[in-house]
Design a protein around this ligand. Structure first.
Ligand SMILES: NC(=O)c1ccc[n+]([C@@H]2O[C@H](COP(=O)([O-])OP(=O)(O)OC[C@H]3O[C@@H](n4cnc5c(N)ncnc54)[C@H](O)[C@@H]3O)[C@@H](O)[C@H]2O)c1
Length: 115
């Protein structure tokens, strides 16, 4: 990356109050297991910051965000991929979706933890 672009990017992150070493995390699937991961990443994992939740049931994703005090909810991981602050995805959707989801996220250059 050109140094000027990098400085601009760091400046943007600082304005957002983000630590430069912080990994932005998104949880895909806001059900029982998803919320366990989300609560952990929201409060207990140094160096990681939960920034978004995904669920096709939009009310479920919004309720999760409300509890976790974050403001980015998406109805699909494809939408979440547009958020460049997300570095890592925790895949906790129903099992039948895991393979395609992990392939797409990894192909997009993201870190993935799949339940
Ligand atoms: N390792 C473990 O001990 C453990 C324990 C529990 C669950 N799991 C795994 O976690 C996964 C989820 O289980 P759960 O118990 O949380 O299920 P759940 O039904 O409580 O939650 C699944 C959520 O995913 C959402 N969803 C459906 N399709 C989706 C999609 N395409 N993309 C994103 N979200 C989608 C649903 O709306 C629901 O809110 C399963 O694969 C399950 O096997 C693992």
């Amino acid at each position: 990356m050109h140094p000027g672009l990098l400085i601009g990017r760091l400046h943007t992150l600082r304005k957002k109050g983000m630590d430069f070493n912080m990994i932005g995390v998104c949880v895909v699937g806001s059900g029982r297991a998803g919320m366990i991961h989300a609560r952990n990443f929201a409060a207990n994992v140094p160096g990681a910051k939960l920034i978004a939740m995904v669920d096709p049931v939009e009310d479920v994703a919004r309720a999760a965000c409300k509890e976790l005090e974050i403001d980015k909810s998406y109805s699909s991981y494809e939408q979440a991929l547009e958020n460049k602050d997300i570095d890592a995805y925790i895949v906790v959707s129903p099992t039948k979706f895991h393979m395609q989801t992990v392939k797409d996220l990894a192909s997009a250059g993201k870190h993935v933890l799949c339940e």
